[in-house]
Every structure is written in C-alpha cells, then in structure tokens.
Design a protein around this ligand. Structure first.
Ligand SMILES: [Zn+2]
Length: 407
C-alpha cells in the first residue's frame, strides 16, 4: 500500500517530513550554540521543538491474513505543524499482529494487541483487534426480507489477484460509509440485501481476464451484467452494486441502467489508489463512485431536470453535485446529493422522475443528532478523483478521435 493513502486528511496540510532530521544535520555542521552561520547569507533556522507523537491508522480492526497500513507516526511541533517521523514500532504480541519497520501491520491470529511507536522521548500507541475473515459466499444467500434490495458483488477477473475485499470486510465498511453519508444528508439509506443480519456480499470469479475486460471498453458493464445474470438468474427486485477488481481505462465507474447494475472499477492505476472502505464513517473515492452509479440505475439524471446536460444523464451546473459532469472543477471539497433538490433527488414534482421515491431506499434507522449548522459526513477524496469519471459520459478517446482531423 502507498503510505500517502493512509494520511489523515486533517493532517494533509502539515509538514510531511520531520524537521528534526534536517536540523540534526545542521547542528552537526554548524556546531553548538548561537553561532553565526558559516556561509554568509544562509538564513537562520529556528529549530522546531517536538512536543508529542501521535500514531494514526484509518481502522482499528484487522483480519487474519490481512496486511494493512502502514500505521503512521506524526510528530507534533511547538509551531503547530505536524510531520511524519520514522518511529520505532513494536507490537505487544507479535503472534497476533506483526508490525514491520515501516509500520505495516499483518494480522496473524485472532486477538487484541497494542501497537506502539516511539520517537525521541515521545511515544504513542493504538489498540487493534484481529478478527477471523468473513466467510466467502459464491451464491446469493437466503434473503432476510423480501422486496426491492441492493445486492453487493465483489467481481474479480479470471486472472486478477484476489484482494479479499469481501473477506477482509472492506466492502462492508464501504457500504457503511455510504449509509452514514446518505442517512445524514437525506434521511434515507440503501435497502441492502442482508443474510443473517449481515451484508450479503457475493464473490464472483469472472470468466474473462482483466485484459479482456479492459478491451471491452464501454461494453464491460454489460459483460458484468451478463456474468451476474448467469450466476444469480433474473431477480426482478434486485439492483447489483459491483466492486470490480479491474480497470476500464481511467474510468471509475459505469452502469447498465436497464440491467440495474452499478459498477465501481477498483484499480489503483485506473481509477484511484484510494482504499475501498478505508474508513467506515467517511466516504471516499469508491464510495462516491458507487453512489453516483447507483443513482444512475435509480433514474438519475432524468431528462426533465432543469440542470441536466444535453449529452448525458448528468448535471452541468453546480460543480459540487454528486452527478456533476460539466466542464469545470473548481476545487470544491464538498460533494452534495442534488445540491438544489430540484434535479433528481427530492424535488417532489409529479411530472418528473424523483429518485428519492425509488423502492431501493428505506428510512435511515436513526438520524444521528448533529450540532445545528454542522455539515453531514461528506466524502473526503483527492481532488484528482473528482468529478466522477463515469462510463456513461461520452468517452474521451471517442471525442478526441472525432475532433482530430485525418492527416
Ligand atoms: Zn455518471
């Protein structure tokens, strides 16, 4: 895993690397005390003092066999900045969790441990629980309830590495983050297919390779739909939310609206190196992509929407809108579901499709009390991942080809 992925966003603006390492070098060259720097014109550097250490990992649970992290140790300095320091790591029980020199964590056996880092005279630790991996299911389990529901699938090309996103709980966490966001923002949440009280995630090893999938281009969503129908039959009351372990160019998602299949293309070089379900409360890239594609399946953005683009089922105004696909992105750090409640969600007009009336929603179990005026938990993702690169947009390659005159 790339260490930058685990960097908490609240600290992203801080100093990345520890100043003391640099200052140590200066001290060796310049001697002690308040001497004038040897080189004329060299600015005086006032040393920052380390005041504390904080250990950070986006999650507090791990599965047996799972490699996660690395956990990061942040130094906190007297000038208010923070920076990653190269702490020395230890595990209270290496037979439960092994911790590498760089903070990488490996779940070895079920249990609880304390993982600690120390740097200079400071130290910090975090508690971790190691659980058994989820059982893997290759069929739709008996449903807890009847009626419309969203069934979740982890689909892996025939030759692709199995990232165990189902067994390690990443997909469960991804849906939790989506539900958390939806509940706070709309008072509704997805009506998910559960079995025995737990999210029913089906593992689907596909009959085609990753390269074959990529060659299919825009037809990949239909191929996935075909593989799903073959495995599950035709369930008229289900929508499928597919986490596909492969890429389709640099796209992040697509949908077969007729087939009721929403797809997120999970690939570090295709869509984003962000983790699926990296945080169970805060949605990120893949959670945003999945909700975008599900909204397409539910009918967004309808032609009657005032802000709809002529060329695709997206809105062309309000850059912060989840279904935005206009020409600009001006760096908003907010993603909002139907910003004006007038295009595709919650407008209530009888003459225009309103996805808020979809049978695939249910009321959020409880609306969490929020401080008045406080913002709901909205996605946090790299600006490069926004807006959603959606397969339902005219493809860039095709657009370029049509604009390039033949020699
Ligand atoms: Zn789209």
């Amino acid at each position: 895993m790339n260490p930058t992925r685990s960097t908490p966003d609240r600290l992203a603006g801080g100093t990345r690397w520890a100043a003391p390492l640099v200052l140590l070098g200066l001290a060796c060259g310049g001697g002690e005390g308040n001497q004038t720097p040897v080189t004329p014109g060299t600015p005086r550097v006032s040393p920052k003092e380390l005041r504390g250490l904080e250990v950070s990992l986006a999650r507090n649970d791990l599965r047996v066999g799972q490699v996660a992290g690395p956990a990061l140790a942040y130094g906190r300095y007297d000038d208010g900045t923070t920076g990653i320091v190269e702490g020395a790591w230890t595990s209270s029980d290496p037979s439960v969790v092994e911790v590498g020199e760089d903070g990488t964590l490996t779940g070895v056996a079920v249990g609880r441990v304390t993982v600690s880092a120390s740097f200079e005279e400071f130290g910090d630790s975090l508690e971790l629980e190691v659980l058994e991996p989820n059982p893997r299911h290759e069929r739709d389990q008996p449903d807890d309830r009847a009626g419309a529901q969203v069934h979740v699938v982890y689909a892996v090309p025939s030759d692709a590495e199995d990232g165990n996103l189902d067994r390690y709980g990443d997909i469960e966490r991804s849906l939790e983050a989506i539900q958390h966001w939806l509940g706070a923002e709309t008072g509704q949440r997805l009506r998910l297919d559960t079995a025995g009280g737990r999210l029913d995630v089906t593992f689907l090893r596909l009959p085609f390779t990753a390269a074959e999938g990529e060659e299919r281009g825009a037809a990949l969503a239909e191929d996935l739909e075909g593989a799903i129908r073959e495995r599950f039959g035709t369930a008229t009351d289900k929508t499928y939310a597919v986490y596909y372990a492969g890429r389709s160019g640099d796209l992040c998602g697509s949908a077969s609206v007729e087939g009721r299949v929403a797809v997120a293309f999970v690939h570090p070089e295709g869509c984003s190196p962000r983790a699926v379900g990296g945080d169970r409360e805060t949605p990120s890239t893949y959670e945003t992509v999945m909700l975008h594609e599900l909204l397409h399946v539910f009918g967004a953005v309808p032609e009657c929407a005032p802000d709809r683009l002529e060329t695709s089922a997206h809105v062309g105004t309000r850059v912060e809108d989840l279904m935005y696909a206009g020409p600009e992105w001006s760096g908003h750090d907010e993603v909002v579901i139907d910003a004006g409640r007038d295009d595709y969600f919650g407008h209530g007009r009888p003459d225009c499709l309103d996805t808020a009336a979809s049978e695939f929603w249910e009321p959020a179990a409880r609306v969490e009390a929020r401080v008045p005026g406080a913002k709901p938990p909205r996605p946090v993702m790299p600006s490069a991942d926004w807006p959603v690169r959606c397969g339902l947009l005219p493809r860039r390659a095709e657009a370029d080809a049509s604009e390039t005159p033949s020699p």
